[in-house]
Design a protein. Structure first.
Length: 487
């Protein structure tokens, strides 16, 4: 075990949706990495659940294919001995007795039930778990996003899950909160005396949050077409990032101290509804183009449906109505099939109040703090300095640039690695509380409703571009521009 990992007591982790994309691409690799660091004790079990008829050996063979690149085969085989499979249908009785017997009835043993399924199944699964008393003692349930598709359906799910699992047993996961840079935002803001005095409307001009992906929707079309970018990315990941930037200092990192502050931000978001949706939001849908150097089809062709009005891109201007942030726009932008995969938070400070430099020196650029979530997680602080050497004062805008991988010589763990172990240890700080999810839907719902009422389709954009030109106009109207790659 490396010096920086902590030991973990034995646990059982059951993944509903165990053959799905998330399980194979993210959850199992994350668990395997934690195993390699000695954090999955030998008596722990990982149980995959899905409807497919498979046995332990068949499931292990699937996982071997998915995980083989990560490490040598010998270690993988040891890990796979701790992995099991049970075929179950949440809506049928068959197999549940056997499953309950496998999990056992020792309530002090940590049992994590990870629901990586469509939210329509959350209630059925939880009801069954309750029926077999698998919700007792140190049991926990993890709910993947999206929780519902609006406030009413989220409430329905939360109510039903709440009948089986208490709020303290319920972990609503948003994997963006497990990303290293998001954690680092807390440390940068509250572990340095430098930023906090400037972290307000007096000194900050605006904030941009970009989550750009080059991938299209691929085989997730049937889920994605019912969701769209606002439900898939903005209502959860992007609002959580916004909260981490904007919240007041919590008194500690105690779970409710942090979540109380995030909730206040969500409650302070200015409404966007039919009265202002066309000025404050832009929705787009990609068309055929070039992404990652290859020709790619448009969203309608990928989906096989020309009539879809689902947005694959959103840009919007949010505002927070409180003393700290009054008048500071938060520009949010996310989309599929954009030119590069980049997620970052860029905080631009106000210009200096008066320039003492003559016109020959060049223009004074605004300071900007850029937190890069991916790729190459790190921080850049853009400063104005003098170009070295003679020839008079020439101003240059240059970054203090720190890549975490270079600075610390380590690869950052995937967000799911941290979050899965937080669930096992019972630490909910980085998970969404019910009231946060509700507040996020409360803000997002009227935007969705206003789009639907307008009857306007999303604006087309070419795959490989930065979205519809209206997204550029959205920010340029305010005399600002989107942050270019890396600046
Ligand atoms: C998921 C969304 O929550 O986040 C996906 O459902 C998206 O559509 C993904 O691609 C992005 O996550 P990451 O960690 O790759 O930025």
């Amino acid at each position: 075990m490396t010096a920086s990992t902590q030991s973990v007591d034995p646990f059982d982790l059951v993944i509903f949706g165990g053959t799905g994309d998330l399980a194979l691409r993210k959850l199992l690799p994350a668990l395997f990495h934690r195993f390699l660091d000695g954090q999955i004790p030998g008596s722990s079990r990982i149980v995959g659940i899905a409807r497919e008829t498979l046995d332990d050996a068949g499931y292990r063979a699937q996982l071997r294919e998915a995980l083989i690149g990560i490490c040598d085969a010998r270690q993988l085989d040891v890990f796979l001995q701790q992995v099991f499979y049970r075929p179950l249908d949440a809506r049928k009785d068959e197999g549940w007795d056997d499953f309950a017997a496998l999990i056992g009835s020792e309530p002090e043993h940590v049992r994590v039930f990870y629901l990586s399924t469509s939210p329509e199944l959350f209630v059925d699964i939880c009801t069954r778990l309750g029926h077999y008393k698998l919700n007792e003692g140190a049991s926990r349930v993890v709910l993947e996003k999206p929780i519902g598709r609006d406030l009413a359906s989220a409430n329905q799910i939360n109510d039903a899950v709440g009948k089986v699992f208490s709020e303290s047993q319920t972990f609503r996961i948003d994997h963006y909160l497990g990303k290293e840079t998001v954690q680092n935002l807390l440390v940068l803001r509250f572990g340095n005396a430098l930023f906090e005095p400037l972290w307000n409307a007096g000194h900050i001009d605006h904030v941009q949050i970009t989550v750009a992906e080059t991938l299209g929707v691929g085989h997730r079309g049937s889920y994605y077409d019912r969701a769209g970018a606002l439900r898939d990315m903005v209502q959860n990941h992007m609002l959580q990032l916004l909260c981490m930037v904007a919240m007041e200092p919590p008194s500690s990192l105690a779970p409710d101290a942090v979540r109380d502050e995030k909730l206040k931000v969500l409650h302070s978001l200015k409404p966007i509804d039919e009265s202002n949706v066309s000025q404050l939001t832009v929705r787009g849908q990609y068309r055929a183009g070039v992404a990652d150097g290859a020709s790619v089809p448009g969203y309608p062709e990928e989906l096989g449906n020309n009539k879809s009005n689902t947005e694959t891109f959103v840009a919007l201007k949010a505002e927070i109505a409180n003393w700290r942030w009054a008048g500071v726009p938060f520009y949010l932008r996310t989309g599929k099939r954009l030119p590069s995969r980049v997620s970052e938070i860029a905080v631009t400070f106000k210009p200096v109040p008066h320039s003492i430099f003559g016109g020959d020196a060049g223009t004074l650029a605004q300071n900007r703090l850029v937190l890069r979530l991916q790729p190459d997680e790190g921080v850049k602080l853009w400063l104005t300095i003098k170009h070295p050497g003679p020839g008079g004062l020439r101003l240059r805008h240059v970054p203090l640039d720190m890549s975490f991988a270079e600075a610390f010589g380590v690869q950052q763990p995937d967000a799911y690695e941290r979050l899965l172990l937080d669930v096992v240890r019972g630490n909910p700080t980085l998970f969404m509380r019910r009231d946060e999810v509700e507040a996020a839907w409360h803000w997002a719902g009227p935007i969705l409703a206003a789009w639907a009422d307008s009857g306007e389709p999303p604006r087309p954009y070419t795959a490989g571009s930065w979205g519809p030109s209206a997204a550029v106009a959205l920010i340029e109207r305010d005399g600002r521009t989107w942050n270019e790659d890396g600046e």
